[in-house]
Design a protein around this ligand. Structure first.
Ligand code: DGL
Length: 274
């Protein structure tokens, strides 16, 4: 278990506790980004991470895009100005809405986004029909349309905007009746007719087991591991990886800065992922 190295419980978007350029910022609308954080810490155990969940404003998927851009800018700028050496947008929705704009605003700063893992799903053998679960915003925006055009010739792509699912995952009750009912509603029409499922929202890997219980034993594709590899590649290229002598760590922060919220992030961090 990676130790926490920041004092907990401070307010605001972020104010740094370490020297300049010493940590990797990771953010999401809420707890979902923890699924990406896990991949990042597995791959780069010597790095120091600050995870920021914007749970007071979740979900992003139902919000106007200019509002998601505004929140994303505030968080990324706060992290950058307080000494982050890179920021990972651990949210498909915020990436679709904000990544290109924020990169154009600070072209030299390493900003890594996540996208639905349609490419590995489409390139895998014998996948004739792929189901993409994501927020309505991710599915609606250009970024996804471009991706679907690029890989849509290889497989049929069926999109399912899962309104309310990230919200329900935020409650932490993953095995209750409400979760079963919601997943049944979205997924049961496809039972037995799909070859793979893309988890196009970073919250969804935490209900992989519950999704499989409905769609059957098909491969699930999550963009988290690819995002972690891309982050490492960028840091390596910039010669900015932490030395192996450094002790890694995680600081959890939230716009809903209560002990219960931070404990939820830690609980999700301890959950095994597929
Ligand atoms: N976890 C986010 C994503 O990857 C968004 C969930 C939400 O806030 O709607 O899209």
């Amino acid at each position: 278990m990676i130790p926490a190295f920041f004092p907990n419980g401070t307010q605001g978007v972020y104010h740094g506790g370490m020297g300049r350029g010493s940590y990797i910022g990771v953010f999401d609308s809420g707890v979902g980004g923890v699924s990406v954080l896990k991949r990042l810490t597995e791959l780069m155990p010597h790095e120091r991470f600050v995870f920021y969940g914007d749970s007071a404003h979740a979900p992003y998927g139902d919000k106007p895009t200019d509002w998601v851009l505004h929140r994303s800018r505030l968080i990324v700028d706060g992290m950058r100005e307080s000494g982050a050496k890179a920021v990972v947008i651990a949210c498909n929705t915020a990436t679709s809405v904000a990544a290109a704009t924020l990169r154009a605003e600070s072209p030299d700063f390493p900003l890594i986004g996540i996208e639905p893992a349609l490419k590995p799903a489409a390139l895998a053998a014998h996948h004739d029909r792929i189901l993409v679960m994501a927020t309505a915003t991710t599915i609606r925006l250009d970024k996804f349309h471009r991706l679907a055009r690029e890989y849509g010739s290889r497989s049929d792509i069926v999109t399912v905007p899962c309104r309310g699912l990230a919200d329900l995952i935020e409650t932490g009750d993953l095995d209750g009746r409400a979760m079963r009912d919601l997943l049944e509603r979205y997924l049961s029409p496809y039972r037995g007719t799909i070859d793979g499922v893309v988890l196009g929202c970073t919250h969804y890997p935490f209900v992989a087991k519950q999704i499989r219980a409905i769609v059957g034993d098909v491969p699930l594709y999550d963009g988290g591991p690819g995002t972690a590899r891309q982050t490492r590649r960028l840091l390596e290229a910039a010669d900015a990886l932490a030395p192996a002598s450094q002790e890694g760590g995680i600081e959890f922060r939230s716009s809903n800065n209560t002990p219960q919220q931070l404990e939820l992030y830690r609980r999700f961090y301890r959950m095994p992922l597929d």
